[in-house]
Write a protein that binds this ligand. Structure first.
Ligand SMILES: NC(=O)c1ccc[n+]([C@@H]2O[C@H](COP(=O)([O-])OP(=O)(O)OC[C@H]3O[C@@H](n4cnc5c(N)ncnc54)[C@H](O)[C@@H]3O)[C@@H](O)[C@H]2O)c1
Length: 306
C-alpha cells in the first residue's frame, strides 16, 4: 500500500504522521514544491518511528512525481490555507490552479489511484478534479464531512458533558461556514437521541459552533487547523487501504442522489478498497432537505468561478 500526500505543510504532514502511526501502509510519499521541505518533514517524522513504534516508510520529495508512481491512494493538501477573517471560498483563485496541475501530475504516474481532495474550497476542488481528469467518479473523494462530523461530536460531548466516545453524529452539505448541515435529529448518545438530553436552544448553539469550527480555530491559530484535518484524512485513507467499508460524510459527485446533479457535496458514503463503494440515502425531513438545496446552490456558485 503506497500512499502519496501532496503538500507537506501543516495538514499534509499531520496526515502522514497519523497514517504512519496507525502502521497499515508500507510507504507514504510526501511531496511539496518548496525545495527540501518534504524531505525535512519526512526525515523528522521517520525519526519518530522508533519512539512511536511504526514501520511505515515516509519519503520526502521536491516536486518529482516519478517517485509517486503506482500510488494506491493520493491525497491533495497543496494550496494556501485561509487566514483569520477569510472564507474558504476566497482561496479558489490560487488553489484551483494548484489542484488542477497536481491532480494531472499524480494521475500521469498513478492512473488507477484513488484521490482524496483536501485543499479548499474543497467541494469545488473535488468538482475540478472530476472535470479536469478522466479518473472514475468512484475514485475522487473530497474530505470535509469527516472533519466537520468530528467537530460536531466534540461540541455535542461538550454540551452533554459526556465522553466523546458516547456520541455519534454526522455533518452533511458543503464544507463551508454557512453550508454545513449538522444533523442533530440523527445524533445520539449511545443510541439515545441527543434531543432527549439537550434543549432545542442548546442544540442550535452546538450547530452554530460546529459550522464555524474551522473559523474559530483559524482565529486562535492565525492559520487553519491541522491535527483534526490530518486525523480525518488518515481515517479515510485507512478505510480504503484496509477495505473497512466505513461510512463517512464525503464530498462526492452526485448524479441524482439527494435530488442533486453535477455537483460534489457532502453526503454519507461507504468507503472501501474501490474508493466510493456506495452513496447512502438517508431520509431527510423537509427542513434538512431544504438546507441541502441551499448548501448546493452556494457550492454551485463557487463552481461557476472555475
Ligand atoms: N478539507 C478540509 O477539511 C481542510 C481542512 C484543513 C485545511 N484544508 C485546506 O488544506 C490546504 C492546506 O492547508 P495547510 O494548513 O496544510 O497549508 P500549508 O500552507 O501549511 O501547506 C500547504 C503546502 O502546499 C505546498 N504547495 C503549494 N503549491 C504546491 C504545488 N503546486 N505542489 C506541491 N505542493 C504545493 C506548500 O509549499 C505548502 O507546504 C488549504 O487549502 C486548506 O484550506 C482543508
Amino acid at each position: 500500500m503506497k500512499i502519496t500526500v501532496v503538500g507537506a505543510g501543516a495538514v499534509g504532514a499531520s496526515c502522514a504522521e497519523y497514517i504512519a502511526i496507525k502502521d497499515f501502509a508500507s510507504e507514504v510519499v510526501l511531496l511539496d514544491i518548496k525545495e527540501g521541505y518534504a524531505e525535512g518533514k519526512a526525515m523528522d517524522l521517520m525519526q519518530t518511528a522508533s519512539l512511536n513504534g511504526f514501520d511505515t516508510k515516509i519519503t520526502g520529495i521536491t516536486n518529482d512525481y516519478s517517485k509517486t508512481a503506482n500510488s494506491d491512494i493520493c491525497v491533495i493538501t497543496s494550496g494556501i490555507p485561509r487566514k483569520p477573517g477569510m472564507t474558504r471560498e476566497e482561496l479558489i483563485g490560487i488553489n484551483a490552479g494548484i489542484v488542477k496541475t497536481v491532480s494531472a501530475n499524480l494521475i500521469s504516474h498513478s492512473p488507477n489511484t484513488i484521490m482524496i481532495v483536501v485543499s479548499n474550497p474543497m467541494d469545488t476542488m473535488a468538482y475540478l478534479v472530476h472535470k479536469s481528469t478522466k479518473l472514475h467518479k468512484n475514485k475522487i473523494i473530497g474530505m470535509g464531512g469527516a472533519l466537520d462530523s468530528a467537530r460536531f461530536k466534540y461540541r455535542l460531548a461538550e454540551a452533554l458533558q459526556s465522553p466523546i466516545s458516547d456520541v455519534d453524529g454526522m455533518v452533511l452539505g458543503g464544507h463551508s461556514d454557512t453550508g454545513m448541515i449538522p444533523l442533530t435529529r440523527f445524533a445520539t448518545r449511545n443510541g439515545v437521541p441527543v434531543s432527549d438530553f439537550l434543549s432545542e436552544e442548546r442544540l442550535s448553539q452546538v450547530k452554530e459552533d460546529t459550522k464555524v469550527g474551522g473559523a474559530t480555530l483559524t482565529k486562535l491559530l492565525g492559520t487553519s487547523a491541522w491535527y483534526a484535518p490530518g486525523a480525518a484524512v488518515s481515517a479515510m485513507v485507512q478505510a480504503i487501504a484496509c477495505d473497512q467499508k466505513k461510512m463517512f460524510p464525503c464530498s462526492v459527485m452526485l448524479e441524482g442522489e439527494y435530488g442533486l446533479n453535477d455537483i460534489c457535496l457532502g453526503v454519507p458514503v461507504i468507503i472501501g478498497k474501490n474508493g466510493i463503494e456506495k452513496i447512502v440515502k438517508i431520509n431527510l425531513n423537509k427542513a434538512e432537505a431544504e438546507n441541502m438545496k441551499v448548501s448546493a446552490e452556494a457550492v454551485k456558485k463557487v463552481n461557476e468561478l472555475l
